[in-house]
Design a protein around this ligand. Structure first.
Ligand SMILES: CC(C)(COP(=O)(O)OP(=O)(O)OC[C@H]1O[C@@H](n2cnc3c(N)ncnc32)[C@H](O)[C@@H]1OP(=O)(O)O)[C@@H](O)C(=O)NCCC(=O)NCCS
Length: 190
């Protein structure tokens, strides 16, 4: 099968919404958000997810045998410092973690079960990491003196997610106290 990875923007919002809701329905234990919460989102909230230059969502798609129709089968979102909301930052600030970092977050990594084990999760994550490397966020330190760190939350029972992140160099963020059911991992961007 031939897969394609690409970034999306606001005009793709309906397909994005459908894929995100599918991921929450199929793998509720893998995410801190829920299907019930996001199905109630207004069109504005969905559009906002794709609106900023300082966060980016990448999609993995596959073409059917005839190469005519294309189905979206995976996704990842990456958020720059400008897009991190207080709810995301608060637990870190409380623990005194990250004040001297340019902090990025990876969220929503998901591959449809029928397409797992074919490196799509790895490819999506690499796409996100590359975006962080080249992204110029207004809140970033222009002199490059601060460490650029990518954080994510992974469920303590999520063996495949944890293994994927480790393979790409993420390590447990030991300065954060273990959360309820999930833990932070981090990667310093070279
Ligand atoms: C995690 C997920 C994105 C992996 O997607 P994928 O396309 O299957 O991943 P890859 O094929 O790139 O595999 C990458 C690595 O993950 C690990 N992995 C994948 N499936 C695994 C499994 N069932 N058990 C243990 N490790 C697994 C392996 O280390 C693998 O590397 P390897 O192939 O060199 O052994 C996918 O399983 C998924 O969507 N899960 C539900 C949502 C989720 O957990 N998201 C992450 C939240 S932090």
């Amino acid at each position: 099968m031939v897969y394609k990875l690409f970034p999306i923007t606001e005009p793709d919002v309906e397909k994005y919404k459908a894929l995100r809701l599918t991921s929450l329905k199929i793998d509720p234990a893998s995410f801190s958000s829920t299907y019930e919460r996001e199905i109630a989102f207004t069109p504005e909230i969905w559009a906002q997810r794709l609106a900023s230059r300082f966060k980016r969502t990448f999609i993995a798609s596959v073409k059917d045998e005839g190469g005519i129709s294309e189905t979206w089968v995976g996704m990842i979102s990456v958020l720059g410092p400008s897009e991190l909301i207080p709810a995301t930052l608060e637990p870190l600030e409380r623990a005194g973690v990250g004040a001297d970092w340019d902090m990025y977050f990876v969220a929503g990594l998901w591959v449809h079960p029928e397409h797992r084990g074919r490196s799509l999760g790895t490819r999506l994550m690499k796409e996100g990491l590359e975006w962080v490397r080249i992204n110029m966020d207004p809140k970033s330190d222009s002199e490059g003196k601060r460490d650029r760190m990518i954080l994510l939350l992974v469920g303590n029972d999520n063996a495949s997610g944890g293994a994927l992140h480790q393979k790409l160099g993420f390590t447990n963020l030991t300065s954060m106290p273990p959360g309820e059911g999930n833990s932070y991992m981090s990667l310093k961007v070279a």
